[in-house]
Design a protein around this ligand. Structure first.
Ligand SMILES: [Zn+2]
Length: 402
């Protein structure tokens, strides 16, 4: 039996591997409302390198959380944004692989391969040779990673996602169809595909862009996926994956409407939103927790440029909006929480501070055991915020029919 990803699934990355049970509680709440959302713990090579963790530790944390919570539906561990050069340590512990080929987009495949692709696909419309020229090499690279993992683990033993989101130019729906034809040609059984959508998907904050244009594009992409599944040798459950998918409140109604109308599935990938709830929980706990949250902010502020650099395409911090460490040190628990919690209606909410703390997990990682000790001491505050954020702001708004 091949592994199948359920219709609705959510990437619930957990930087420090401490929130699994609180995250599963959100999935249980969805179940109570009649909706199955399959949890997928995603952690990229970049996150592992920043924290100094290993994919095997993510596996241990996920298995422990699943046992403790009594979760009996499937769950997966996503080797997120991996490439051929760094896939090896993920192969044993992971059963979901997000093949990141964004780097190869725009680099031309061989003329011969492009010609063969065009000849094989008379059904495709538009400037097929030009579009294939832009994406074919990237898909070939994805094929290399897929076949490497399949060679070690065996076909059908893992879920495959192809991601192209970390690039500057969005892919149009006609481009997506050509990409999917190429994915089928490479023999990649992709169950999810993460295109770059129009607009900015900054980490941990709302969508920036034309919501109506996004809605048109999202619906057209759903249509393209249905066509591709009918035409090509691709899994019947192939669905869209929305990366940096947390906190995009302004596009959730359009996504929800499209899913309800078409019956399509969705993978919503999140990670940093849970880390930010850890910081909110620390602050809310007051005392040592608040002091630690302030310390993380002060150090993140001092290392802003270095922390931001790896995330340049997915954050927009307005330095002028960042309060000084002295100011934040005078804040009450409520002031800190209100500045950080993603409540767009609250005038105290500060998206720049939130994005800085989003990339600031490296500071907490550097504190080692001390961070984890205080986190454990503040657990009731932290886990409540983690669950509530995933369920109320995410699962409920996207998947649960009112
Ligand atoms: Zn991504």
């Amino acid at each position: 039996m091949s592994k199948i990803l359920g219709k609705y699934s959510m990437g619930i990355g957990d930087r420090f591997g401490c929130q699994g049970v609180a995250q599963l509680r959100a999935c249980f709440q969805a179940l109570e409302h009649g909706v199955e959302v399959i949890p997928v713990w995603n952690k990229s090579n970049r996150e592992h390198n920043t924290i100094g963790s290993e994919p095997a530790s993510t596996r241990a944390a996920a298995d422990t959380a699943v046992r403790a919570a009594g979760w009996s539906l499937p769950y997966f561990l996503d080797a997120d944004h991996i490439q051929l050069a760094n896939v090896e340590r993920f192969i044993a512990p992971c059963d979901f692989f997000t093949l990141d080929v964004a780097d190869a987009i725009g680099k031309p495949a061989s003329t011969e391969d492009i010609r063969a692709f065009v000849a094989r696909h008379p059904e495709l419309e538009g400037d097929v040779a030009q579009i294939a020229g832009k994406y074919l090499l990237a898909i070939q690279r994805a094929g290399e990673i897929y076949h490497r993992v399949a060679q070690v683990k065996g076909e059908g033993t893992f879920i495959t996602e192809v991601s192209m989101d970390e690039t500057d130019a969005p892919q149009t729906p006609p481009e997506l169809l050509i990409i999917l034809a190429a994915i089928a040609d490479e023999g990649i059984p992709a169950q999810t595909i993460a295109p770059k959508f129009t607009g900015r998907f900054n980490k941990g904050v709302d969508y920036v862009g034309d919501v109506e244009q996004f809605a048109r594009e999202f619906n057209a992409d759903l249509d393209v996926i249905a066509q591709a599944v009918a035409r090509y040798d691709l899994p019947a459950n192939l669905k869209l994956s929305v990366h940096s998918g947390s906190d995009k409140f302004s596009i959730y109604p359009a996504i929800r409407e499209a899913l309800q109308r078409t019956g399509a599935g969705l993978h919503l990938k999140t990670a940093g939103t849970t880390w930010l709830e850890e910081v909110i929980g620390l602050a809310e706990a007051d005392g040592d927790g608040l002091a630690l949250a302030k310390k993380i902010y002060a150090q993140a502020l001092a290392h802003r440029e270095e922390l931001s650099a790896p995330y340049a395409t997915v954050i927009d911090i307005d330095a002028a909006q960042l309060p000084s460490a002295e100011t934040v040190n005078r804040w009450s628990a409520t002031q800190f929480v209100e500045a950080l919690r993603h409540d767009p209606a609250n005038p105290a909410f500060n998206p720049s501070l939130r994005q800085l703390l989003h990339v600031g997990y490296k500071i907490a990682a550097g504190m080692g055991a001390y961070y984890l000790e205080v986190l454990a001491a503040c657990e009731p505050f932290v886990s409540k915020n983690v669950t509530e954020n995933l369920y109320t702001r995410h699962l409920q708004s996207i998947f649960i029919v009112a």
